[in-house]
Ligand binder design. Structure first.
Ligand code: NAI
Ligand code: MG
Length: 505
């Protein structure tokens, strides 16, 4: 730890203080390993801008070492051929238990790094990460091939599902440990060896979990963590011929670079990207539920969710009423440091870069004639050092404005009226994204009609934001390809092998 945190913060657990005291190192082949070039980068507390920790900055030479370790572990078969599915399952289950036991520590690390409320990381993010591992631990013993009824009478044909090999998992900063776990839980269950590249803004929790994998009984080289910048550590994994697959969550711009960088060995790529998800409130909805739900659809996690309900369409007769409800709900939101003794509802945005980007969108909105019925600026006073933005509801906007079309990834929503069902289907689908969509109605027919008509990977009806390990998640259009979670994620991290046996004597 470089700088002391304010005394208005919840005190750090001794384990957290000790973990942050020394430079944190990449975790390769079962041990923390200094990067070759001995360079470091810093992780900042977005609530204060203070420096939290110094971290070894992995570069291409370190990616080589990590890939060699993962390759060796994979090619030896120790994790997937020699270890029984049941034993692999037990390792993953033990990791889930260890994460659960270390929840107070991991929650502090994610709250310091990301800025989000400790209450959220402690009760939601970290328990969900453990839950993903429990769910996928169960899959190890259930990954099956099939027997195929081929036409040739003497031939017996069956399929095997095998791990893809060494996979690089590049994760974002919005739910630091959870987003990494979405990827490494199914990848490990399927028998792959993984190299996790956490976002440079939030590497702490993945580095902490690394040592728990040892306690859980993982052989060395199965689980590696390569902290560093996207353009260095991330790009090195993407281009590496020893990596068989990249799983990525983040921006569309970076996804394009990843697809281009992957062509050398034609590695598999799966992408979970952004969105501009339409949230539709019909006049026949439970309006109180819809107003509260729509408020959190956008402001949950400070709008820093790929599924944020950032395009809000309200049927004209109830436009003012729903907005009044949302405004009241929003004005009760307390924004502050995630580690504050007085726990806020929302923390800061992740970085100065994101702060400037989001404020840029807000300014652009005002310049185009948008009106903020609440919010509309940066928070000052005691919060002036952090990256705090007022939750902002814009009205007087049109579908074709930049703020209505581009992913802002901050606490900003565009509210627009609509008149009828066919109009709203075409407006909702008029986007290059397709991650999620939601609607509020008490009319069953309308609900199912829209569930079918909206072009998005997840549809929420009278709710928003639910995800579970068992339910597939991913995007249409430029929101990505491949589905995470559920049994679909097992498909994502396996190859299918067809075996022909001639039974003719
Ligand atoms: P980003 O997409 O650049 O970063 C995500 C991950 O990709 C990080 O681990 C980063 O180190 C890595 N990365 C960056 N450049 C790379 C490269 N050339 N090769 C390999 N890996 C690379 O996202 P960033 O810059 O942090 O945020 C910008 C915008 O991206 C946000 O405003 C938001 O719109 C979107 N975003 C979406 C997320 C989602 O959950 N869908 C999560 C984070 C960001
Ligand atoms: Mg970036």
């Amino acid at each position: 730890m470089f700088e002391t945190l304010p005394d208005t913060y919840i005190p750090l657990l001794p384990e957290v203080a000790a973990f942050l005291a020394d430079p944190l190192l990449p975790y390769i082949d079962g041990r923390y390993t200094p990067p070759r070039a001995e360079q470091t980068f810093e992780s900042l507390d977005p609530s204060t801008g203070r420096r939290l920790a110094q971290i070894g900055r992995a570069q291409p030479a370190d990616a080589d070492v990590a890939v060699a370790a993962a390759r060796k572990a994979f090619d030896s078969g120790d994790w997937w051929l020699k270890m029984s599915p049941s034993d692999r399952s037990k390792c993953i289950w033990r990791l889930a238990e260890l994460i659960e036991q270390h929840t107070p520590i991991l929650a502090q690390l994610d709250s310091l790094d990301n800025g989000k409320p400790l209450e959220t990381t402690r009760t939601v993010d970290i328990p969900l990460a453990a839950e993903h591992l429990y769910y996928y631990a169960g899959w190890c013993t259930k990954i099956e091939g099939s027997t195929i009824p081929v036409n040739e009478p003497e031939m017996f044909n069956y399929t095997l599902r095998e791990p893809v090999g060494v996979v690089g998992l590049i994760s974002p900063w919005n739910y630091p440990l959870l987003m990494a776990t979405w990827k490494f839980a199914p990848a490990l269950a399927a028998g792959n060896c993984v190299i996790v590249k956490p976002a440079e803004q939030t590497p702490l929790s993945a580095l902490y979990v690394a040592k728990l994998t040892e306690e859980a009984g993982f052989p060395p080289g199965v689980f590696n963590v390569l902290p560093g910048y996207g353009e260095e550590a991330g790009a090195a994994l993407v281009e590496h011929h020893g990596v068989d697959k990249i799983g990525f969550t983040g921006s569309v711009a970076t996804a394009r670079k990843i697809v281009q960088g992957s062509v050398g060995n034609l590695k598999r790529v799966s992408l979970e990207l952004g969105g501009k998800s339409p949230n539709i409130v019909f006049a026949d909805a439970d309006l109180e539920q819809a107003a509260v739900g729509s408020t959190w659809a956008i402001f949950g996690n400070n709008g820093q969710s790929c599924t944020a309900g950032s395009r809000l369409y309200i049927q004209r007769p109830v436009f003012e009423q729903v907005l009044a409800g949302m405004r009241a709900e929003t004005q009760n939101i307390m924004v502050g440091p995630g580690m504050g003794r007085q726990q806020p509802n929302l923390g800061p945005v992740i970085s100065d870069e994101q702060l400037q980007r989001v404020l840029g969108y807000i300014e652009d909105g005002f310049a185009q004639g948008a009106q903020a019925i609440t919010g509309g600026g940066r928070l000052s006073g005691a919060l002036a050092d952090g990256y705090f933005i007022e939750p902002t509801i814009f009205t007087n906007v049109r579908d074709d404005l930049r703020i209505s079309r581009e992913e802002i990834f901050g606490p900003v929503v565009c509210a627009m009226p609509f008149d009828d069902v066919s109009e709203i289907i075409s407006r909702a689908n008029d986007t290059s994204f397709g991650l999620a969509a939601g609607l509020w109605t008490t009319d069953l027919r309308k609900a199912h009609k829209l569930a079918k008509s909206l072009r998005a990977g997840t549809i929420w009806i009278n709710t928003w934001g639910d995800t579970e390990a068992a339910s597939p998640f991913g995007g249409y259009k430029q929101s990505g390809y491949g589905r995470e979670m559920g049994k679909e994620a097992i498909d994502l991290y396996t190859e299918v092998k067809s075996v022909w046996v001639n039974t003719e004597e």
